[in-house]
Design a protein around this ligand. Sequence first.
Ligand code: ADP
Length: 375
Amino acid sequence: MNARERLRDAKRIVVKVGTSTLAHETGKLDLHRIDHLIRELADLRNQGKEMVLVSSGAIAAGLGKLGLAKKPDSIPEKQAIAAIGQGVLMHIYEKFFAEYGQVMGQVLLTKENSVRHNQYIHSRDSLLAQLAMGAIPVINENDAVAVDEIKIGDNDNLSAMVATLVDADALIILSDIEGLYTANPSTHPEAELISEIPEITPEIERIAGGAGSKLGTGGMMTKIQAAQVAMSAGVTMVIASGARDGIIRDVLAGKTVGTVFPARESHLRVRKSWLAFGKRLAGELVVDDGCAAAMREKGSSLLAAGVVACDGDFHEGNTVRVLNLQQQEIARGIVNYNAETLQKLLGHKTEEFSRLIGGEGPEEVIHRDNMVLMV
Ligand code: ADP
């Protein structure tokens, strides 16, 4: 199956939309476009797909609200405008999503959220919980407080981080241009659209060089950086034009639009491989045959009812090995309970948890999103 065909099966999709798509040349928000974008996301959600939106545009919205023509130079002033604009933008998104019967959640991230392990788990769990509730997370960088050291810096890279964080099947970056061309079309009218880029070569980096429009901050270079992260994390990325109505649907129908960067299939997802091979193993859980079969055959989460023993002094958030009754390692994953609490839950059903531990706890001992099968 080629990358375009695979997009038809994409279930969890991150869509990134840039300022150049959301705003008019005047710098004010393009409400027609925003309405179309939200309607498309809502309709895909209705089809049962899980959608995540990464949106720029806070500064444009803030400038519009304050009646300013251009960005101020000082950082505190830029941050103030981002703070004002973020509210304006979310208000508009909320209004459109509500009109189309959808629920959204606002998430503001910084680089710390992905680099630090415990924060990574929390951001990921929060996003996955929103998806499980049927909501559409709307994400932006926390521009109002982020300083350079903790900044991702552009929403192309942020969207790749988010796609990796939620194990998305596809990342669609909408821009003011159809995709990556053989040269910048604004200076080279003869440039041609590249339909598929299987690998980021120095040549691709060269043709993507240079900043983009006056409204956007990324240009093509940051989109190529995002592609690199996405591809190696097992996420297929597409750059396409946000100016075309129905573009997300076309991409997900496998049509030949935009530029596709196929996921590297041979790679374990970056985060999952890190989970499997990069982390200290803090303990072991032994599971019964029924549980082992459910994990292997159905990709089920690990529930306490199937755990027969646990060993090691592990804490919530640690990585542990999962063994079958023959002591063969069948999975690794991030455990939701510490060893002492888990001991009390072994073999028990979720309904019994509150009686056993005197409070509520997660249903899963290891959630399937935080688990790698080793066999
Ligand atoms: P966004 O705000 O959507 O993230 P940008 O305006 O930052 O988008 O980047 C897109 C712009 O990058 C295009 O409009 C184009 O002017 C410029 N660009 C530079 N090189 C290329 C190229 N090789 N192919 C396509 N666009 C290019």
